[in-house]
Design a protein around this ligand. Structure first.
Ligand code: NDP
Length: 448
């Protein structure tokens, strides 16, 4: 009966969104864990609540024309998905990447609703971006693109309506250009974006927050089995914002990080990527905007493996921090065979359903991104609070709040995810805990 209800629900969602595989994947995972819970809770019966949650409140697409350095006119497609505002203004990042489409952004926006709910801060869920490829573009091209993108987006956002942030391809530089254009168009200095620079409304620890938060979450998981990062071998994928700060925090806690990657392949450094080497990677990726393969030119004892992900290397802990579906069932089996005890997602939906099943069957610690990478948006929420209060908290204050929030999310996952054997299913825990708050707010607000 339970599986029939899930099947009927998914058939209806597929009927309406059949051409959106990533979105369907994200919904399926939630349906499988939340529908059995709904069945046990009378208050949700007859409200069609999950179907209301999978339909975006609003999905906007728009033309983004811009002029490149050769004087040619280029056109991209911009998006903003305003998924759910039951518990606060829409909140979620902007992604600039050639693969961006409705399916990717709807999956991200849907996940964001649950994630933001888990943070306990008053934030609804949204996501946006464009199919624009920032790679190889000059600063001026990036600026002109961001200005054109914001020339339309500004109509749909505001500090009490929708507050975007960064994601893949959108870092401090892009947030700066977007914010400048918003301010020019609206003639107001307000907290409409997060991830801003420190001298113009940003928050300390926001750049670090997603990566640090992921490691804090993993630390909480390890504590449940009386373990820690100390002396552990760690695989990190990606070399962008999340990967860099996950690596930094893992090092600070005594871990040895041996891999990082980008879309061209991964580097393996048996001696470990120490603080100095990480500094080199940060300069390489953030300033030179070059490829991770250059690491082995600087550190010749390391190897570069082209066109592959790091999951076949031996480790105790894996932190996937690059992109969706980067760790499949075969990768998961290899990680398990090599003795991996903990996987904590820094990216959104990096593990495929087959990989998650393998981790659950092996009963290792596995955290879904909507719980373990929520530190980024939580600290964005703290940036919004500081903007409203017109003050800046210290590094220590923000870091302490981030740590506390990650610990609270971990507790929530245990509350709803522990099974009779004592094993904690963090996917189930995060989905149900995230659902309850949003669903209850929606019920209270009527059919709108
Ligand atoms: P960045 O753009 O800073 O870095 C992305 C990294 O992932 C780069 O190393 C990039 O390599 C790699 N990557 C991107 N696409 C692919 C791909 N298709 N295949 C292989 N590698 C790829 O982004 P972030 O670090 O901000 O984001 C990483 C992940 O974390 C995303 O899933 C994002 O949604 C998630 N996230 C980010 C948050 C944040 O605060 N920034 C908050 C919560 C989640 P390359 O340079 O070659 O493209």
């Amino acid at each position: 009966m339970e599986s029939k209800i899930i099947q009927d629900f998914m058939d209806e969602v597929k009927g309406r969104n059949g051409h959106e595989p990533e979105f369907l994947q994200a919904v399926q995972e939630v349906a499988e864990t939340v529908i059995p819970y709904i069945i046990t809770q009378d208050i949700y019966h007859g409200k069609n609540i999950l179907m209301r949650m999978v339909e975006p409140e609003r999905a906007i697409t728009f033309r983004v024309p811009w002029v490149d350095d050769q004087g040619e006119i280029q056109v991209n497609r911009g998006y903003r998905i305003q998924m759910n505002s039951a518990i606060g203004p829409y909140k979620g990042g902007l992604r600039f990447h050639p693969t961006v489409n409705m399916s990717i952004l709807k999956f991200l926006a849907f996940e964001q609703v649950f994630k933001n709910s888990l943070t306990t801060l008053p934030m609804g869920g949204g996501k946006g971006g464009a199919d624009f490829d920032p790679k190889g573009k000059s600063d001026n091209e990036i600026m002109r693109f961001c200005q054109s993108f914001m020339s339309e987006l500004h109509r749909h956002i505001g500090p009490n309506t929708d507050v975007p942030a960064g994601d893949i391809g959108v870092g401090g530089r892009e947030i700066g250009y977007l914010y400048g254009q918003y301010k020019k168009l609206k003639n107001e200095f307000t907290g409409v974006l997060t991830g801003k620079g420190m001298s113009w409304g940003g928050s300390l620890i926001r750049p670090e927050a997603t990566g640090y938060g992921n490691v804090y979450f993993a630390e909480n998981m390890l504590k449940t089995i009386n373990n820690s990062f100390e002396g552990k071998t760690v695989l990190v994928s990606g070399s962008g914002n999340v990967a860099q700060y996950a690596t930094e925090k893992a090092l600070q806690l005594g871990g040895k990080v041996v891999t990082m990657s980008d879309s061209s392949g991964y580097i393996f450094d048996e001696e470990g990527i120490d603080t100095e080497k990480l500094k080199f990677v940060m300069h390489l990726k953030n300033v030179k905007r070059a490829r991770i393969s250059e690491y082995v030119e600087q550190y010749p004892k390391a190897k570069f493996v082209a066109g592959a992900t790091p999951w076949h290397e031996k480790c105790d802990i894996a932190l996937p921090c690059a992109t969706q579906n980067e760790l499949d069932g075969d990768d998961a089996k290899m990680l398990l065979a090599n003795g991996c005890i903990c996987v904590s997602e820094g990216a959104n939906m990096p593990s495929t359903p087959e990989a998650i099943l393998a981790f659950h069957e092996a009963k290792i610690l596995f955290a879904p991104g909507k719980a373990s990478n929520a530190g980024g948006v939580a600290t964005s929420g703290l940036e919004m609070s500081q903007n409203s209060l017109r003050l800046n908290w210290t590094r220590e204050e923000v870091d302490a709040k981030l740590k506390q929030i990650m610990s609270n999310i971990h507790d929530k996952c245990i509350e709803f995810g522990r099974d009779d054997s004592g094993y904690i299913d963090y996917v189930k825990g995060a989905n149900i805990a995230g659902f309850v708050k949003v669903a209850d707010a929606m019920l209270a607000q009527g059919v709108v």
